[in-house]
Design a protein around this ligand. Structure first.
Ligand code: NAP
Length: 248
């Protein structure tokens, strides 16, 4: 039977590539995010469902995931991908900054996964994937809150994997290095502004942080998610899988 995948942050970047890769292996697709226009532009021409969900808002996640489940008679695959990346020096960081990162990256994933599981036939099959980061497995300079949130995602997947070992549902975190998306474009602009570097030098800074000295493509991340959701990955559970261009 056709599987139904819900991907938060599925209108852009890594999430959009994941939606396309899961579509290619035969899944029905719902992409979710805050901007209806962005979602519709991505979904309409591909025949996907789209759902406005703000993952920081519990009632929005409950209603949105219920509507997504109604679209396809349930949810088989949840990809908690929605996220934001911002940095502040710890001495200048206010609680609102910290809470904003946690609300999106960690609380948002918790709500998405919880609601997804409520609509998932976990006694017969299920896949949950969280898009963490290399910041989920090691410290990222200038990004303590982002690092904490992404470590939290790895912990969430490991804890849920431990809770569900008797069932054919898996929970894994995918941990990319620097990927060529809008987040990198925005970070490039911020670094350039803060440090008076040129945009090209600021971009090179991030390229050079990947051991293989190039940005990772969204499709490279998506291929790993498609493998995790494909027929032969049922024994991969509770893992943090790095896609980072080299060893730590
Ligand atoms: P992106 O294009 O900016 O994607 C972020 C997505 O999250 C957007 O589609 C955005 O859609 C959605 N989003 C943000 N806040 C949301 C909210 N409150 N509710 C619902 N959706 C929300 O950047 P990306 O690089 O593809 O990022 C995707 C994920 O990969 C993030 O979790 C990021 O931390 C992770 N990641 C990225 C990199 C990288 O180098 N690019 C590396 C490692 C991990 P709306 O604005 O329409 O809501």
């Amino acid at each position: 039977m056709q599987k139904h995948a819900v991907i938060t942050g599925g209108g852009t970047g890594i999430g959009l590539a994941i939606a396309a890769a899961l579509h290619d292996i035969g899944c029905a697709i719902t992409i979710a995010g805050r901007r209806a226009q962005v979602l519709n532009a991505a979904a309409q021409r591909r025949g996907w469902n789209s759902q406005v969900i703000d993952v920081t808002d519990e009632s929005s996640v409950i209603a949105g995931m219920t509507q997504a489940a109604n679209f396809a008679g349930g949810i088989d695959i949840v990809v908690a991908n929605a996220g934001i990346a911002e940095g502040q020096n710890i001495k200048g960081a206010d609680l609102a900054f910290w809470r904003n990162i946690m609300a999106t990256n960690l609380d948002g994933a918790f709500l998405t996964v919880r609601e997804g599981l409520r609509h998932m036939p976990i006694k017969s099959w299920g896949r949950v994937v969280a898009i963490s980061s290399i910041a989920g497995v090691r410290g990222l300079k200038g990004a303590h809150a982002y690092t904490a949130s992404k470590h939290g995602l790895v912990g969430l997947m490991r804890g849920l994997a431990a809770d569900h070992t008797a069932l054919p549902v898996t929970f894994n975190a995918v941990c990319p290095g620097y990927v060529d998306t809008d987040i990198i474009t925005r970070n490039t602009e911020n670094i350039a502004q803060r440090s008076k570097m040129s945009k090209s030098d600021a971009r090179d800074l991030m390229v050079n942080l990947n051991p293989h000295k190039r940005l990772i493509t969204p499709d490279e991340v998506a291929a790993t998610v498609a493998w995790l959701c494909g027929p032969n990955a049922g024994s991969v559970d509770g893992q943090a899988i790095e896609i980072s261009g080299g060893p730590a």
